[in-house]
Write a protein that binds this ligand. Structure first.
Ligand SMILES: Nc1ncnc2c1ncn2[C@@H]1O[C@H](COP(=O)(O)OP(=O)(O)OP(=O)(O)O)[C@@H](O)[C@H]1O
Length: 900
């Protein structure tokens, strides 16, 4: 029997008496290993309820539950399973079943004894099972409509706050648009746990001190990675530049340069590091490490010293930008004031929100987690029932979750037979937007926990993919991932996986195509190639699954059209936005009309809707008559006034009168109840539901529910909010789809596996960071108990904001590389990557956008790229014309493309 090379670690990982952190690469069977450990614990514990397994999604929890249930059933049989790897699982299950009989648990018929739950439901249980310890003295429940609650809290605070000066200054930041100001504050509320601690008793001096400590920490971490010799060399380079600036006429340098280098201090290593990074990034960014501005007078000696430092440290451009952006001075008065105002208002809104939680006893999950931490910390009794904790997807735990786990462990002592087993793959951490903190994971990996002995085990044998896929992944990610782990940046290096499956086929293909014109965003040609590939795979290997993994949903449209042309009906979740569907567009137009939003364009759209059906000629006459009339009256009033005199067809008049009658009648009946009822009633009366097309009942329910979140009396309270909320809705999946073919986002593909994976749109730039009015960085190291925070309300260049943005952007870029890793490692057999180039990009010889997947791993994959004949011809032409012009500065990667 073939045994995986990491068998020793696998055996250790089921030891019921030891705590461990299992760091396992993709496809190494984490779920299987967790299930085995669970069985092993069952066989050795007195109560199954003491073993608590925590996952991050409901889907993962139910899959794990199902798997354990299946194995326990398998354990009741005396027949050995036929698959080799299940024999050990079967043996463990048999021991668990023996313990079950012995203790009369009846676990197979009482699956509720198997405690596998999401972290959120684990927290609810902690709060609700300890009402004497929680702040509410009773049971609480999870809030469903969180957005509405956030908005109401922000609104309530801003409208009722007695500190008029602060509020007016705050609203003035948004051009006195109160609705916008309210929305901006409400956007911060779901993330409050990440910075709330910093807002308590905000005092700018303390804040400055916190900044200093945190930035010094970051710089020291960087300095420690360099070594003394390099630090010395850096000092010399900086001193020379400083002296040349000192001695030169002041007009030679910009005031920014003079100002920056005036900070030089022989004894301040950290300051000099910041200056050094500024020199590096002052070089032309496209040719990083070359072409320093001549006025900096970097002599040959210093230039080669810099080169040597860069080679030795392997400092990346992104690191240099981040370190170079660390502010060396205090926050400006203007920024401090903005920060003070925003933090005051945010604190007020948070208090208001907490008040509503108390009144309604409905809490959002942030609050539930914080409450669970309080409960756990207040008394050992709250968690004394837990003998063993198993935590899946440990790389996605947030700072609060880590705090919760630490609080539980704080009651444990080393002599007790209690265990923790956390399993995760740091290379698959994808939840920055949900505050996942990879830094905390690395911290546990490096420093463990105080109260328990925890061993780190590594699983490296991949059972999922063919050897050829794994070899490709190893080759690419060994350099695409950072060289070293870094706690504050949440950076992890690659770890080499070994393949269990020795099959090698031509597994990986990377195909580029040339776009027509400049439409790189929606390249039809690429969609055709993708659909052709799917069709071919379905024909060649009909028993295999094919998944198209997309980074953004905006790419689905073209692929969807091409697949449907080939009669391939795929399954997919959360792909097509509801507000792009004509039925919903018509419904939005109807909403605007009956809420009397004076919007002629949407009224025109409404008249064209199939349930109204006014023809083009009549439409012109109707709309023409409206544009001529006074703007003071509403569209309804204007139409009512003019309808009899309009020279439209009798059919159009009949249809228009029907609309007006139904709207007026329904308003009398339903307008006083709820706008969403009124709207729905009008739509039904107009027979709108007869034209719902491909929409399902659930899609329509989602639409009307969203309307109800933004209604106020018989109108809509905030149109912008309605637009934002509607934009979050997706169509329900097609129930009759071919289950072999799927389209899903790369994020959603986590945890899944498919025979063939196609990743299109590799050239597409990543999404922009959000526009929250505060920016912050959380430091995972407990020694730095602070959060850096800065205002983000205007487009000014501001050093603190810039540093935080740069730092966060760096984390996002690291996560984007991890996203590619996740996508690539889903493939069992084949991985097909597609990207597009425009003629314009080739002509300008520009590099692919650095936030595109292509830009992120371009160096690693260029030798695998196949270009189509059209691109090849085009490239050759460009290169020829460049050679004849003797302008041979063609981007290197294109030459290599051509050579291939
Ligand atoms: N011990 C084992 N021997 C053979 N095959 C295994 C073993 N454990 C798991 N597998 C198989 O390997 C594949 C990958 O397993 P699984 O999905 O649990 O990995 P994973 O570590 O959770 O992957 P990822 O992190 O990429 O989602 C599955 O098809 C599973 O059935």
């Amino acid at each position: 029997m073939k045994v995986p090379k990491d068998i020793e670690a696998r055996r250790k990982s089921i030891n019921p008496n030891k705590s461990m952190l299992i760091v396992a690469d993709a496809g190494c069977g984490k779920t299987e290993q967790m299930a085995r450990r669970y069985l092993s614990l069952l066989a050795n514990r007195e109560r199954p309820e003491g073993i608590v397994a925590i996952t991050f999604t409901k889907k993962a929890a139910s899959e794990m539950k199902e798997r354990i249930h299946k194995y326990l059933k398998m354990g009741t049989s005396e027949t050995k399973p036929s698959e080799n790897h299940l024999i050990e699982t079967w043996e463990l299950a048999k021991s668990a079943i023996a313990a079950d009989y012995e203790n009369s648990w009846g676990i197979i018929n009482n699956p509720q004894k198997i405690k596998i739950q999401t972290i959120d439901s684990f927290c609810i249980d902690l709060v609700n099972n300890n009402i004497l310890l929680n702040s509410y003295g009773c049971q609480i429940s999870a809030l469903e409509d969180t957005d509405k609650k956030y908005l109401n809290a922000a609104k309530e605070y801003i409208e009722k706050c007695e500190d008029i000066e602060t509020i007016s200054e705050f609203v003035a930041m948004f051009d006195n648009n109160t609705k916008k100001a309210i929305r901006k504050i409400s956007e911060l509320l779901p993330k409050r746990e990440q910075f709330k601690k910093q807002l308590e008793d905000i005092d700018l001096n303390t804040l400055q001190e916190n900044y200093k400590t945190a930035l010094q920490y970051e710089l020291k971490e960087f300095a420690n990675s360099l070594g003394e010799q390099i630090i010395n060399d850096i000092k010399h380079v900086i001193r020379d530049i400083f002296e040349s600036i000192e001695n030169a006429a002041k007009t030679t340098y910009t005031s920014k340069e003079v100002h920056l280098f005036s900070k030089y201090n022989e004894n301040k290593t950290t300051t000099n590091l910041v200056l050094f990074c500024n020199i590096i990034i002052s070089a032309d960014r496209k040719s990083f490490r070359k072409n320093y501005p001549s006025k900096l007078q970097i002599n040959k000696h210093n230039a080669s010293l810099i080169d040597a430092i860069l080679c030795e440290t392997e400092l990346t451009l992104n690191d240099a930008i981040r370190i170079g952006s660390i502010p060396l001075e205090k926050m400006s008065k203007k920024t401090s004031r903005e920060l003070e105002i925003i933090t005051k208002v945010t604190s007020g809104a948070i208090k208001e929100l907490e008040k509503t939680f108390k009144e309604s006893l409905e809490l959002d999950f942030n609050e539930i987690t914080l409450e669970a931490i309080k409960v756990v910390q207040s008394d050992a009794i709250a968690t004394s029932h837990i003998t063993d904790l198993l935590i899946d997807e440990f790389q996605d735990t947030s700072a609060s979750h880590h705090n919760l786990i630490k609080s539980i462990l704080s009651w444990w002592n080393k002599d007790e037979n209690k265990t923790l087993c956390a399993v995760g793959d740091p290379k698959q951490s994808l939840y920055l937007f949900r505050a996942a903190s990879l830094g905390h994971f690395i911290n546990v990996q490096q420093n463990g926990y105080e109260n328990i002995d925890i061993e780190t085990l590594r699983l490296s044998v991949n059972f999922r993919s063919y050897k050829s896929v794994i070899d490709w992944v190893n080759n690419v990610f060994i350099t695409a991932f950072p060289k070293n782990d870094n706690i504050s940046q949440g950076a992890v290096k690659h770890s080499i996986s070994e393949s269990f499956n020795t099959k090698e086929i031509d597994s990986v293909s990377i195909t580029s195509t040339l776009c027509e014109g400049d439409k790189v965003k929606n390249n039809k040609k690429e969609a055709i190639l993708v659909a052709d590939k799917v069709e071919q795979l379905l024909k060649d290997v009909p028993q295999e699954t094919v998944s198209i993994l997309i980074r953004a949903r905006s790419f689905v449209k073209e692929i969807d059209t091409e697949l449907k042309k080939r009669k391939i009906f795929y399954s997919g979740v959360d792909l097509v936005k509801l507000n792009e569907k004509q039925t919903i567009i018509d419904l939005i137009n109807l909403t605007k009309f009956i809420a009397e939003k004076q919007d002629l364009i949407s009224f025109t759209g409404l008249l064209r809707a199939p349930f109204i059906g006014i023809r083009q000629k009549d439409l012109h006459l109707i709309i023409g008559s409206l544009t001529d009339m006074t703007q003071n009256a509403s569209i309804t009033e204007r139409i009512c006034d003019s309808i009899d005199t309009l020279e439209i067809s009798s059919d159009a008049r009949k249809r228009l009168n029907k609309l007006l009658n139904i709207v007026n009648k329904s308003k009398r009946t339903y307008g006083s109840i709820k706008f969403s009822y009124y709207l729905e009633h009008v739509w039904h009366e107009l027979d709108g539901d007869q034209f719902a097309g491909e929409l399902q009942e659930a899609d329509l329910r989602a639409f009307f529910k969203t309307i109800s979140t933004c209604e106020d009396g018989n109108t809509i309270s905030d149109w912008e909010l309605l637009e934002t909320n509607l934009d979050k809705l997706y169509m329900q999946p097609d129930a009759n789809a071919d289950q072999r073919v799927q389209i899903m986002t790369l994020h959603k593909s986590k945890g899944a596996e498919m025979d063939n994976v196609i990743i299109p749109g590799f050239h597409k730039p990543g999404s922009k960071s959000d526009s929250l009015i505060l920016k912050w960085i959380d430091h995972p190291d407990p020694k730095i108990d602070s959060v850096l925070i800065a205002p983000n309300v205007n487009s000014d260049f501001e050093s603190y904001k810039t540093h935080i943005s740069t730092s966060n952007r760096n984390k996002e870029i690291l996560e984007m590389v991890r996203l590619i890793y996740v996508g690539a490692t889903r493939a069992k057999k084949r991985l097909c990557i597609y990207f597009s180039l425009t003629e314009e990009i080739i002509k300008l010889m520009s590099k692919p956008t650095s936030t595109s997947m292509l830009g992120l791993i371009q160096n690693e994959i260029h030798s695998d790229i196949k270009i189509d004949s059209e691109t090849e011809t085009y490239l050759n032409e460009i290169i020829k014309s460049n050679e004849s012009n003797e302008k041979s500065d063609v981007n290197l990667w294109r030459y290599e493309l051509n050579e291939h």
